[in-house]
Design a protein around this ligand. Structure first.
Ligand SMILES: Cc1cc2nc3c(=O)[nH]c(=O)nc-3n(C[C@H](O)[C@H](O)[C@H](O)COP(=O)(O)OP(=O)(O)OC[C@H]3O[C@@H](n4cnc5c(N)ncnc54)[C@H](O)[C@@H]3O)c2cc1C
Length: 473
């Protein structure tokens, strides 16, 4: 049974909602009561018995009398499609956010509810990128949102930037990946390592979404070990010639410009490469079962000539691309929370609505334990991300801290998605619900921007002083 389509439950809920509005309307605490109702709405939705409904009304009347004030954090989210997503905020993280940060978060949240969620499953199914969303995202200032206004960016602080990533990834990791690459892996390196001419030319175009960028570091034979890259740049009289192949490049086939990392002798340098240059090909990688609403490609460079001014003057050595990855990992640490919240919300709603053995499966202790675990892990991840933002804004963030947050938050999100999938039984495997899509996406997020293992080794080195990337090292 698909509980979303159960007309009787729906009409029960509408009737109850009306009654509660009437009841709440008698009090100054109306908003609180209406919200409170959403909580009971779930329970009633599952139980469907009139007697239960009457009990709820009585409880709510008591609450009203006692003027109990419920923080939204204490109230579980509502069933999909009935109310907008409110988020998970058990530890009142909202209290730690500025008004502006909350405004940014809520604006992107609405955008995701209105524009992303209604269409994303179709894009995932068809393996297409929702390109129609790019102008809206650009208009909201979501690309390179933490870069300066001088270059046409929103100049937001890093917490606001993180909240944007969180909300986008609640929609889909593919959309967040698009924004991460555009901002943290293309605009950021140009801002950090580029000349003033390069900044003035490229960053405003990328911020407006008029140009799309990609970041080419990984190669077929060099993933976790990018320092071994084989792509080479040779000096010519007027500039450089590039040869090599990059693999798994997000946005590759739709990009106007690629940041390409290549060996120059033993050194590693970064180049701005327009993708319409002769000898540059970007075939899309097909048959992906993860991040299907995102474009992933090979970049094949066969004697691609670029002028001298396309070299990023400030990028020298492996440190430069790793610094870019660190920016993107910051966003991923936040983004993963969005995916985790989406699967959590779905699992809560579903287990309340799904009846087995004559009662909602949410009433079983084994189910509750698993929901409690997800809820707790999301809360811990939120605290980690919030502190990460503070440290970054204060200029005190060390890359090992970002590694810890990326490693933890993606891992708990993936575990949450797998658990939610299981809690939904057979319905968990369909695209009718967002859970399996998020689960598949998170498998990539677990791997890219430094695999889970690599972040473990980064922390291991930080703790012990011994780098363990190579056996015997
Ligand atoms: C959808 C998607 C989008 C991507 N987008 C981009 C992009 O835009 N730009 C880009 O440059 N790259 C991108 N990547 C590539 C990504 O960064 C790499 O996949 C990642 O770095 C891992 O490399 P690999 O896949 O070659 O795995 P490998 O490095 O071969 O690793 C395979 C396994 O071995 C483990 N392993 C490797 N070395 C060690 C070690 N020393 N100790 C312990 N375990 C180890 C890994 O943790 C992993 O479990 C993307 C990948 C995906 C899936």
């Amino acid at each position: 049974m698909n509980h979303k389509n159960d007309a009787k439950l729906c009409s029960d809920r509408l009737r109850m909602r009306k009654n509660l509005h009437d009841l709440g309307g008698r009090s100054a605490g109306r908003d609180v009561i209406v919200r409170r109702f959403d909580f009971h709405d779930h329970v009633a939705h599952a139980a469907t018995h009139e007697v239960r409904f009457v009990t709820l009304l009585a409880q709510l009347a008591d609450d009203l009398d006692r003027r109990i004030r419920f923080h939204p954090a204490m109230i579980p989210s509502s069933p999909g499609g009935v109310m907008a997503f409110r988020g998970v905020d058990f530890f009142r993280i909202d209290d730690l956010l500025s008004e502006e940060e909350r405004l940014v978060r809520d604006t992107v949240r609405r955008f995701v509810d209105d524009k992303v969620i209604p269409q994303i499953d179709k894009h995932f199914e068809d393996a297409t990128f929702p390109a129609d969303l790019v102008p809206d995202m650009a208009a909201m200032g979501l690309f390179g949102a933490n870069l300066p206004e001088k270059y046409g960016c929103a100049n937001m602080n890093n917490t606001a930037y993180g909240l944007i990533m969180q909300e986008l990834e609640r929609g889909d990791s593919g959309l967040r990946s698009f924004a991460s690459v555009q901002g943290a892996l293309v605009m950021y390196p140009i801002h950090e390592f580029g000349s003033e001419e390069q900044r003035n030319h490229w960053i405003p175009l990328l911020a407006k979404g008029q140009k799309i960028g990609c970041f080419g570091l990984t190669e077929p034979d060099h993933g976790s070990d990018p320092g071994g890259m084989e792509t080479r740049a040779e000096r010519t009289s007027g500039g450089w010639v590039l040869n090599g192949t990059k693999r798994w490049i997000t946005n590759g086939s739709i990009a106007d410009v690629a940041i390409v990392w290549a060996k120059v002798g033993d050194d590693i340098r970064g180049f701005i490469v327009e993708t319409n240059r002769k000898g540059f090909l970007a075939p899309e990688i097909k048959k992906k079962l993860s991040l299907r609403a995102s474009v992933t490609s090979d970049l094949i460079m066969d004697d691609v000539e670029i002028p001298d001014e396309n070299l990023l003057p400030g990028a020298q050595g492996l440190r430069a691309p790793l610094k870019c990855l660190d920016q993107a990992r910051f966003g991923i640490a936040w983004g993963a929370i969005g995916a985790a919240m989406a699967v959590y919300e779905c699992a809560v709603d579903y287990t309340r609505g799904r009846t087995q053995f004559g009662q909602p499966i949410a009433t079983f202790q084994l189910v509750q334990e698993r929901l409690a675990n997800i809820f707790t892990e999301i809360t811990k991840a939120q605290l980690l991300a919030w502190r990460l933002g503070q440290l970054k804004d204060g200029g005190k963030l060390h890359f090992t801290q970002t590694s810890m947050a990326k490693r933890n938050n993606v891992s708990i999100a993936l575990e949450a998605a797998r658990t939610a999938r299981d809690l939904m039984g057979a319905n968990g495997i369909t695209l009718e619900y967002p859970v399996f899509r998020h689960m598949c996406n998170l498998e990539s997020v677990y791997t890219y921007e430094g695999t889970h293992n690599i972040h473990t080794l980064i922390l291991g080195e930080h703790i012990t002083g011994f780098p363990a990337y190579k056996s015997g090292a």
